[in-house]
Design a protein around this ligand. Structure first.
Ligand code: SPV
Ligand code: MG
Length: 438
């Protein structure tokens, strides 16, 4: 109940995993008045760090049931101002560690906004403990379920202008995709998910990328990645095989919690796209491929799973017009996304395609793989309307030359002393994968 003359205290939080720190700040707020929580929406959080483990609605249910919380309102941005102007709180509570970087500005805007009605910013000493790094670690400890992971790609697409995936081909590379982060302007940058590349999965098994590594073997790799990660996975399904086989692939991936499969519109002996026309690859007919897409769409059980159609027309020099005709046909057949591939050394044809794609009445997320035109930035791709960018082979391409160099050096020297500086310390490798604490 809103008591007359009670002061209002506003606290903004993400409240993904509730910690004693949250309780402490709410308790302090209660001493000052009635507590209104500005709960950051998924979009607000995804703008500066990893998508929260729990969606907004679930976080809201938790936080509004905490003793002393009068009301939970959505805070749509990191910026407090719109909510402050609406609520006109007497106090805003925050930890005292935000007087630096980008947050400094947010803090000043809070102070300035409160001023006209005599509101006050109250800062509490920051007690060490919970950081986003430790939260991420905790999320990994908690783990995930197939269902939560499966829905994550659609949630990300709803929350972010652009989703960034990196290739993994093993449990260990999955762990890199899961954990590597950099801090930039108070934003924590991470990969949003994992690309299960057929090229690197095959190469890691010393097999060519011709759909020879069978689905059982590829699912073993998927399983290793599932075990070490919580982020969404897009599976490179190559051609998807014949429709009668593709429907099984869809069911298997969906059951495991993989978020999406991408299939390419080629048939017969598949060769890696980056060979271009030199490899004598054959494109499927529009009818044949749309039949495969709709077969897959009928096979899936949930609404969350995505089937993304990959167009090889530019790779095969069939022209922009042909690529666009196919995009439209694949969307009409039910494709949840379109991947347009190119092996040009400039992004020009991808940008032209994106421009034309943006004019479609019926649109789905556009996916690109800038392997050969790697100079284009994520910002430029996002401005062109691209929704998913895939770094398709970079972990394997960087690891392999490093390993060859170390092997050569040992041979040359007849001992391993000189490769030490190229290697991580023994004490690090033995601790790289800690045992589970519980
Ligand atoms: C892969 O990573 O396996 C891909 C992208 O399919 S490409 O290698 O460019 O064809
Ligand atoms: Mg592939």
């Amino acid at each position: 109940m809103h008591e007359k003359n009670m002061k209002t205290v506003y606290i903004a939080m993400s409240a993904d995993l509730i910690t004693p720190g949250h309780m402490k700040i709410i308790q302090e707020a209660r001493k000052l008045g009635e507590v209104v929580i500005g709960l950051l929406t998924d979009v607000a959080i995804a703008g500066f760090q990893r998508l929260p483990y729990m969606p907004y609605e679930e976080r809201k249910v938790v936080i509004e049931n905490i003793k002393g919380v009068r009301e939970v309102v959505a805070q749509e941005k990191l910026d407090y101002v719109p909510n402050l102007l609406k609520i006109k709180p007497d106090y805003v509570l925050h930890r005292d560690d935000w007087n630096t970087g980008l947050q400094r500005e947010t803090r000043q805007r809070v102070i300035d906004t409160l001023e006209p009605w005599g509101g006050e910013l109250v800062e509490l000493p920051h007690s060490a403990g919970i950081t986003s790094t430790s939260l991420n670690r905790a999320v990994r400890e908690v783990g995930t379920t197939p269902q939560i992971r499966l829905g994550m790609l659609r949630r990300l697409l709803d929350a972010r202008p652009m989703v960034r995936m990196i290739e993994a081909h093993s449990g260990l590379t999955g762990l890199i995709a899961e954990t590597v982060s950099v801090k930039n302007d108070n934003k924590v940058l991470e990969f949003d998910g994992i690309w299960m590349s057929s090229l690197t999965d095959s190469a890691a098994k010393a097999k060519p990328d011709i759909e020879y590594v069978d689905i059982t073997s590829r699912m073993n790799t998927v399983n290793d990645i599932l075990e070490t990660t919580t982020k969404p996975i897009i599976y490179d399904g190559d051609t998807g095989g014949i429709t009668e086989h593709f429907v099984y692939m869809v069911r298997t991936l969906e059951r495991l919690g993989v978020s999406a499969v991408i299939i390419e519109d080629k048939k017969g002996l598949k060769k890696n796209s980056l060979f271009g026309t030199e490899a004598g690859q054959v494109q499927d007919s529009v009818e044949g491929f749309t039949h495969k897409i709709s077969g897959g769409k009928h096979a899936q059980v949930t609404d969350d799973f995505m089937i993304i159609a990959r167009i090889e027309s530019l790779i095969l020099k069939e022209g922009m017009g042909a690529a666009l005709v196919r995009a439209e046909a694949y969307i009409n057949a039910g494709a949840d996304g379109i991947m347009i591939h190119s092996k040009e050394h400039t992004p020009d044809e991808i940008l032209t395609f994106s421009r034309e794609f943006a004019k479609f009445d019926r649109r789905v997320p556009l996916v690109v793989v800038p392997s050969t035109y790697s100079q284009i930035t994520e910002d430029e791709l996002a401005a062109a309307g691209v929704r998913i960018v895939i770094y398709a082979n970079h972990l394997l391409r960087s690891a392999y030359p490093a390993m060859v160099e170390v092997a050569r050096s040992i041979l040359r020297d007849g001992c391993a002393a000189n490769v030490e500086e190229m290697c991580m310390p023994i004490k690090e490798i033995i601790r790289l994968i800690p045992e589970r604490s519980r």
